[in-house]
Design a binder for this molecule. Structure first.
Ligand code: HAM
Length: 416
């Protein structure tokens, strides 16, 4: 058999032109999370299917139709992780990290959802996730939202995103509201779109964030979550907003924001942008106080979020602020034969002194080599046996050339 084997749909490669932006984002993320004292964890990409069914929720889009699930040779049902929170909770319980402790964890890596691929929506995509365990009060919500703000700022996209926030109330308040809303939806089913009608019995809260304009218009008279909040829920929400104001974090309240995963309660939030069309949610999260217990741990309050790396990078492109690869310092040209060894020695001396150096791979003419040096955005070219350095980049400081000249005076690179 011959011919090309193509990549799977929705599983994009990340090529050399793109990795500088990824590396810059990852470095910025590490720096921000170090400042907040979060420890990195690394979970497997495969987990028992039950983990996601019991956390994300049986009736959610993710579990119902988007997981890559299979039964392995030992007849175990497993799934590629569609998100990181459930795995982080499992890791925390298994590792004894959540017992009577305030645990601050973060992770990054690929997630998998069988969605219809389009710009900003992939079947393999990457998240940076942050999870805070053991703090019931608003301080934890405020902390994770502040981290989110700092991450978006470090990525250079903060100016193009808006923080939308809402409260789902305590688990009891949410359950009471769910029943009330369900009854209203049943009575007004005719005014809803087909998708929303199907959600009435299985996941009524999700009808609230339907994108259908006709459904949105009909919902204007639906009971409001805000009206069924108990005192504790109101106080928690108010404390979060007070903290955000104290940190100069601006927000917009969105009473329709409910999130697509079942484990949330109290404060939920999304950072959204207008610049990426329908895939405008760049980062999202909230509080999930019942989840640890639901997965077999103790009653540990928790909150967190995940940032979609591809969406942040797309936003950098839209804003024309994509970090570029650092230019090569020195490009060593040579004429082949003995010149190759001289070039290698010169490059070694310079690399050991900390410079980034490329040696031309061919034996070709000098003109072609200098062209390749320019393509590599080299600041300086050097010619093997002379170790004499010529500035290519008008921006490169002349001092650099002098410095290198001093390091490798003419003839120093000649084999002895
Ligand atoms: P989520 O809203 O499902 O939440 O995903 C978080 C972010 O991942 C989204 O806002 C988006 O930027 C990105 N994302 C999701 N699906 C795709 C896709 N198909 N292609 C590209 N990017 C995507 C969670 O996953 C929760 N675990 C967040 C969380 C952590 N809540 C508490 N802790």
């Amino acid at each position: 058999m011959s011919g090309r084997v193509r990549a799977l749909r929705g599983f994009p490669d990340i090529g050399p032109a793109d990795t500088p932006a990824w590396l810059a984002l990852e470095a910025a993320v590490q720096q921000v999370l170090l400042r907040y004292g979060y420890a990195q964890v690394r979970m497997p990409v495969l987990e028992a299917t039950e983990l996601f069914a019991r956390s994300v929720g049986e009736a959610t889009d993710i579990v119902e139709k988007e997981m890559f699930s299979f039964v392995d040779r030992d007849k175990n049902a497993m799934s590629l992780r569609p998100e990181g929170t459930a795995s982080a909770v499992r890791l925390g319980i298994d590792g004894g990290l959540l017992r009577n402790a305030q645990s601050r964890l973060w992770y990054t890596g690929p997630m998998f959802r069988h969605e219809r691929p389009q710009a900003g929506r992939y079947r393999q995509f990457h998240q940076v996730g942050v999870e805070n365990f053991g703090t019931a009060g608003a301080l934890a919500d405020i902390e994770v939202i502040a981290i989110a703000r700092d991450l978006l700022q470090a990525a250079g996209v903060l100016g193009a995103v808006t923080l939308e926030i809402n409260t789902l109330g305590s688990a009891t308040a949410r359950a009471a509201y769910r029943d009330q809303l369900q009854q209203w939806l049943r009575a007004h089913a005719d005014a809803l779109d087909e998708d929303s009608r199907q959600r009435i019995e299985r996941n009524p809260l999700r009808v609230l964030d339907s994108k259908n304009p006709q459904t949105q218009a009909a919902l204007a008279d639906a009971p409001r979550l805000a009206d069924s909040l108990d005192e504790e829920s109101r106080a928690h929400y108010a404390a979060v907003l007070e903290g955000l104001a104290a940190l100069d974090i601006a927000w917009v309240e969105n009473p329709r924001l409910v999130r697509g995963l079942d484990y949330y309660n109290h404060c939920v939030f999304e950072w959204t942008t207008q610049q990426l069309g329908a895939q405008g949610t760049v980062l999202a999260g909230g509080r999930y106080d019942g989840l640890v217990e639901q997965l077999g741990g103790g009653p540990v309050p928790a909150c967190g979020f995940a940032m979609g790396c591809e969406r942040v990078l797309l936003l950098q492109q839209a804003l024309d602020c994509v970090p570029q690869a650092a230019p090569v310092d020195v490009y060593v040209c040579h004429e082949g034969g003995q010149g190759r060894l001289q070039a290698l020695r010169l490059a070694q001396t310079l690399r050991q002194a900390g410079w980034q150096v490329l040696v031309d791979g061919g034996d070709g003419r000098l003109k072609g080599q200098i062209k390749r040096a320019a393509t590599a955005r080299a600041r300086i070219v050097s010619k093997d046996e002379h170790a004499d350095f010529t500035l290519l980049d008008a921006q490169a400081p002349a001092a650099l050339s002098e410095h290198l000249q001093a390091l490798c005076p003419a003839g120093a690179a000649t084999p002895s």
